[in-house]
Structure formats: structure tokens, C-alpha cells
Design a protein around this ligand. Structure first.
Ligand code: NI
Length: 265
């Protein structure tokens, strides 16, 4: 998620999904998502690089239900995020969704997903440039669309933000978490434990230049989408990372489990 290795942005990564399709099949992903859109209000935030960037929203059934935002597919070589969201939507009863006020960005970087590349077609990193006062990165085409909807996204994720990523170069799962505490608390542990049900955790020490302990990187403000919304006031935020060296279907299952743990908090 954090540090870009040389050429990491343009080398394609594509996996067999296990049902005969490939992880970069953008038309299939969109078609399968659209089949699950009943009960959701779908709006278009913009068309970065000519591709729709949709926002899904379920109105609150219970007044005061937590407003939660889940974002997937910032990096195109991390396809278990959007496919994991799809798996979660298929597995989840409407009553479970109705406990919260949920919003989704099912796929941010469509051109990257289709190519199997980390960055978008223009070579930009869609998960950087959100906090230029801390990190002088230029926002991507997708980032500009998201930044132009800052107030809306901040409101929709006021109770929590989850971004679903992968780390293609590692064998263990981990999670970046943001909490108003000095040490990892229940939110961090819940997401980490959900990943650990499906995958080994990343060893303690260092990951992408950040200290990691027991599968958690805590409160590292890095200019990402999730750090930005935490800085804007979200109660908690996180970025789950499933490991690209593990089988694709296990990564999809871990993503769906992390999403479930996030909304069941
Ligand atoms: Ni990523």
C-alpha cells in the first residue's frame, strides 16, 4: 500500500478466480455487481479516464445506525478487494445490511483492474495525493473525483471507513488501522482476527517501511484515502491487505470476512 517498488505500478498481475474467469475481467465484475444492486441507491461520482466511478448507498432503516463506507479496487493488481466485496454481498442477508447505514465504492480504479496493474492507465496511484499538506503527491484522476466529493464521503463514512487492498509481494495478511487510541484497540483486533481466520498473518517487524506487530500497522498517516477520511473525522478507518502470494479464493474469502467484521462492529 505505501511504498512503490520500481515498476510495481505497471507490471500486470492476473489470477484465475476459480470459476473459470480471470481476476481482471472488468465486464464480469460489473455485471455481477449490478445483479446485486437491488435495494441500493447507485449514483455516479464521475467518469475518471472515461470509466464510471459509482457510489452505492443503502438508506438507514434504523435511525442512528452507524454510517460506514467501504472502498475497493484502488490498486488494479489487488483484485481480491472488489471480488471479496462481491462475495460478501452474495453471502449477506438484507437484515444484516440493515443494521448499519452502508455506502460502497465497489471499484475505484477500473482501468488498473482491467489491465491487472497497480496504477491507472495514466500511471497514477489512485491511493495517494489525498493529504498534500503532509505528502506532496498529485491526486490521480480517480482521486480528484473522490476529493471533489469530500464532504459527501466524509459524512457517509463518519462511523468508519474500510478500504480493501492487497500486497502482491507477501505471504501474510495484515491491516493498517486508524483509531483515536495510542495502541491498537477492538476495531484493529476485529479486522485482524477476521483476516487470520483465512490466512497466516504477516510477521512482526516492518512492512513497506512501517512497524507491524501482530498483523497490525497502527495510526500511520500516509496520504491515503483511508488516512484522509480519518483525518477528516471518521471515528475509525482501516486498510486490509491480503497477500498476493496466497491462492486467490482464500484472499477473496478473507476480504469478505473482513468486510463482515467491519459492519458487525
Ligand atoms: Ni494497495
Amino acid at each position: 500500500m505505501s511504498i512503490e517498488a520500481n515498476n510495481a505500478g505497471c507490471r500486470p498481475h492476473v489470477w484465475d478466480r476459480g470459476d473459470g474467469g480471470l481476476s481482471n475481467d472488468l465486464p464480469a465484475l460489473r455485471e455481477q455487481l449490478e445483479a446485486l444492486a437491488g435495494g441500493w441507491q447507485v449514483s455516479l461520482l464521475g467518469t475518471p479516464l472515461g470509466e464510471p466511478l459509482p457510489l452505492w448507498h443503502r438508506p438507514a432503516v434504523q435511525p442512528g445506525a452507524a454510517r460506514l463506507l467501504i472502498a475497493c479496487g484502488f490498486h488494479g493488481e489487488e483484485p481480491a478487494g472488489p471480488w471479496g466485496l462481491l462475495a460478501f454481498l452474495r453471502q449477506t442477508a438484507r437484515a444484516e445490511l440493515d443494521r448499519v447505514q452502508l455506502s460502497l465504492l465497489p471499484l475505484v480504479n477500473a482501468t488498473g483492474l482491467a489491465a491487472g496493474t497497480r496504477f491507472n492507465r495514466r500511471g497514477e496511484n489512485p491511493n495517494r495525493g489525498f493529504m498534500p499538506w503532509l505528502h506532496p503527491d498529485t491526486p490521480s484522476a480517480e482521486g480528484q473525483v473522490l476529493i471533489s466529493h469530500a464532504e459527501q464521503l466524509g459524512a457517509l463514512g463518519a462511523g468508519g471507513v474500510l478500504s480493501c487492498h492487497e500486497d502482491v509481494g507477501v505471504a501474510g495478511a495484515y491491516v493498517y488501522t486508524y483509531e483515536r487510541t495510542d495502541a491498537p484497540a477492538a476495531f484493529s483486533h476485529r479486522l485482524r482476527d477476521a483476516l487470520a481466520e483465512h490466512l497466516e498473518l504477516h510477521p512482526d517487524g516492518d512492512v513497506d517501511g512501517c512497524p507491524i506487530a501482530e498483523g497490525i500497522v497502527h495510526n500511520q498517516i500516509d496520504g491515503s484515502f483511508e488516512a484522509w477520511l480519518f483525518d477528516r473525522g471518521a471515528s475509525v478507518a482501516a486498510c486490509v491487505e491480503t497477500p498476493g502470494l496466497q491462492p486467490f479464493e482464500r484472499r477473496v474469502a478473507a476480504q469478505a470476512a473482513a468486510i463482515r467484521a467491519f459492519i458487525n462492529g
